[in-house]
Design a protein around this ligand. Structure first.
Ligand code: SF4
Ligand code: SF4
Length: 255
């Protein structure tokens, strides 16, 4: 039986696409952006988040920590089990809400993703993904209501320096995706002094006829606390000022 590894199920989400949504966070991502706000979603293995300040010294670690000082991250679900979780929220979706599969990179668990999308569609639940577009899978994309996809850095060399791979394939995947006639929300995290060529990404997005919006997401440092709890190295970046975001806002748009 195929299973998916999930880190979290966020209910009544209003920031992951249209309407009221349930956001499912898949565990595992082939990229490892140093500014990732979900560092617990990068490894494909279960992990433990450590919060030593919550430890009450009960000595019962082998039974599981009830004080929240050691939190297991990652839970396996069968597609049916995950559908049961999603169905709990169905009444709140209204006309344009539904489920957003996020992460991590949901397409990295593509067989599980395909199956849960199939079950959702059978239950008349709309689906979307948040993806880095490092993978392209037409069978998945064509069953979605819309797709939120990132182009994080325009320059290929710079992309390779920070994300470990150049972005040629990602740009090609955007062009292929555009032919499917599914609404695309293209997004860029804004990290001052790292991805300076927002104008070029905006221009590129304008050449894709199905991009319905180009969004700029200001970097925030909320991921650093989780990285610390995972004992991962922490890199802090400059948080963009309101003035800088205002200056860049001329490149963002809704069609
Ligand atoms: S692509 Fe997304 S989930 Fe993967 S490392 Fe980058 S920010 Fe994190
Ligand atoms: S179970 Fe939790 S609170 Fe108790 S000793 Fe272990 S880590 Fe600390």
């Amino acid at each position: 039986m195929i299973k998916g590894l999930i880190t979290d199920i966020q209910r009544a989400s209003i920031h992951d696409g249209y309407g009221i949504r349930t956001t499912i966070f898949f565990k595992g991502c082939p990229l490892s952006c140093p500014w990732c706000h979900n560092p617990e979603c990068i490894s494909f293995e279960k992990e433990i988040l450590h919060y030593p300040e919550k430890c009450i010294g009960c000595g019962k670690c082998s039974e599981g920590c009830f004080a929240g000082a050691k939190v297991v991250c990652g839970k396996e679900y069968t597609p049916d089990e995950l559908l049961c979780e999603i169905l709990l929220d169905k009444d709140y979706y209204g006309e344009n809400g539904g489920v957003t599969f996020s992460g991590g990179e949901p397409l990295a668990q593509k067989d599980f993703l395909k199956e849960i999308i199939r079950l959702c569609k059978n239950s008349d639940i709309g689906c979307a993904v948040e993806t880095s577009l490092i993978y392209y899978d037409e069978d998945i994309f064509k069953n979605l209501d819309f797709i939120m996809a990132d182009l994080k850095i325009w320059d290929g060399e710079l992309h390779k320096k920070y994300l470990g791979t150049d972005n040629y394939n990602i740009k090609e995947h955007f062009k292929m995706l555009d032919k499917l006639n599914i609404p695309i929300i293209l997004r860029t995290p804004v990290i001052p002094r790292i991805n300076q060529e927002i104008d070029k990404i905006s221009e590129f997005s304008g050449t894709l006829k199905n991009v319905v919006a180009y969004e700029l997401l200001p970097y925030h440092s909320l991921g650093t606390a989780k990285a610390k709890a995972l004992c991962k190295p922490i890199t802090e970046f400059e948080i963009p000022s309101k003035e800088y975001m205002k200056e860049l806002s001329k490149y963002a748009y809704i069609r």
